[in-house]
Write a protein that binds this ligand. Structure first.
Ligand SMILES: [Zn+2]
Length: 408
């Protein structure tokens, strides 16, 4: 072996202070110590912290995001599906490069990039709740994606990888160290990678597989599908839990129960109608229930909930989504037309419009049908609801601009 001076260096991992007098020799030549090493484009620091690296990939992802934005997303030339593809192919991979090595910790800056991209795709306000953004697009958190990719990689190691490979050895060595130190309190910090896999598998009811430390041939063949389904379930449960604590999601929580892409309405060609619908479903919109939450230019304080009354019809009700879609008299002519179009569909669902409109519970039921899962699945009803929301919102905002002189 003939190492060139400057080409080979030693890197020490761990937090122990360096021994200044120690010398490293390779092939009879003294080599230096380094604190940073670049491997396949990932910078490793001797403290095994990926902070520096993550900062760099966030910057790169943002740069690419703005590129996609300028490429045609901004003008609305790209439809939602194309935008999602651009995100998956051009931006997200940057945030996931090498993730099986560093993906353990929560990473808020990365999640933020994904949510910002989601808001750009949906054309909604930066104030839109995160759960709505992920919900409408059916997106997992990046942490969910990382856990999936990491487990997938682990499956390759224990599911048939040749024992001659270095990766296999490194894994099995640290695995036996992890198992041996099972009761030691430092075990997870000393054997982070094993500890991470172990805890993810435990969290999705696959601890038996962890204990077996091997996959049968058929398990290995289905591994990707198995963990995809398990992580999907976990993501959906956590998404629902996060929604429980947000009053802003009062409507959304009634409309959507599954973390899946809203393909049908998000691919509708009418961009304006689609965006109005996203705003109404998501609860971040121009209605006073929402704008009253903030102090705006001509009002110096947020409004109490009971002050956020409808200024369009002045009937004293709070202007929320139910008032807008079901009650506000200013849009009654548009509403009648919509009801004509959907009455037979709703009757099939056991809802008689004229009866149901009489009480609060019935009105909620109709609204949930008009904007929720029936809206997602029935094209005729969807078209009628989108049309109503667009026209009514136009009328509303026109009144605000001209009659109310923007005083909302
Ligand atoms: Zn009203």
């Amino acid at each position: 072996m003939n190492p060139k001076k400057g080409k080979s260096e030693v890197m020490l991992f761990g937090r122990k202070p360096r021994n200044k007098n120690r010398k490293w020799m390779l092939g009879g030549v003294e080599i230096g110590e380094t604190s940073m090493y670049k491997y396949l484009g990932i910078e490793l620091k001797s403290g095994l912290s990926f902070k520096h690296y993550k900062k760099k990939i966030v910057a790169e992802a943002r740069r690419r995001m703005m590129l996609v934005w300028a490429m045609g997303m901004r003008e609305g030339k790209l439809g939602v599906t194309d935008c999602v593809r651009a995100w998956q192919a051009l931006v997200r991979p940057v945030l996931e490069y090498g993730t099986v090595v560093w993906g353990e910790a929560k990473w808020e800056e990365g999640e933020q990039v994904q949510r910002e991209m989601g808001k750009m795709i949906l054309g909604c306000s930066p104030k839109m709740a995160n759960e709505v953004v992920l919900g409408e697009l059916g997106w997992w958190t990046l942490k969910g994606r990382r856990d999936f990719l990491t487990l997938n990689y682990w499956g390759k190691i224990v599911g048939g990888m040749s024992p001659h490979r270095l990766v296999y050895h490194v894994y099995q060595t640290s695995r036996s160290r992890y198992d041996k130190n099972h009761d030691s309190p430092n075990n997870h910090s000393l054997n982070k990678w094993c500890n991470n896999i172990h805890s993810i598998l435990k969290g999705i009811d696959l601890e038996d597989t962890w204990n077996a430390n091997t996959l049968t041939e058929s398990e290995a063949a289905q591994w990707r599908g198995t963990i995809k389904e398990k992580i999907r379930e976990r993501e959906e449960t956590q998404w629902k839990e996060r929604m429980q604590s947000k009053p802003k999601l009062r409507t959304y929580i009634l409309l959507k129960t599954q973390l899946i892409f809203e393909h049908a309405y998000l691919t509708t060609r009418d961009k304006e109608a689609r965006e109005v619908m996203t705003r109404l479903r998501g609860g971040t919109n121009e209605l006073r229930i929402e704008t009253g939450r903030y102090a705006i230019t001509n009002r110096d304080r947020p409004l109490e909930l009971n002050e956020r009354r409808c200024l369009i019809c002045m009937n004293g009700e709070i202007e929320d989504e139910t008032h807008f879609v079901m009650n506000c008299s200013v849009y009654e002519d548009l509403r009648e037309k919509m009801f004509d179009a959907v009455s037979s569909i709703l009757t099939r669902e056991g809802i008689r419009i004229s009866e149901a409109r009489k009480d609060e519970e019935g009105r909620k039921k109709i609204m949930t049908a008009l904007m929720g899962e029936l809206f997602s699945s029935n094209s005729e009803l969807r078209a009628a609801a989108l049309h109503f929301c667009k026209r009514a919102m136009r009328r509303r905002n026109n009144i605000v601009r001209t009659v109310l002189d923007q005083r909302t």
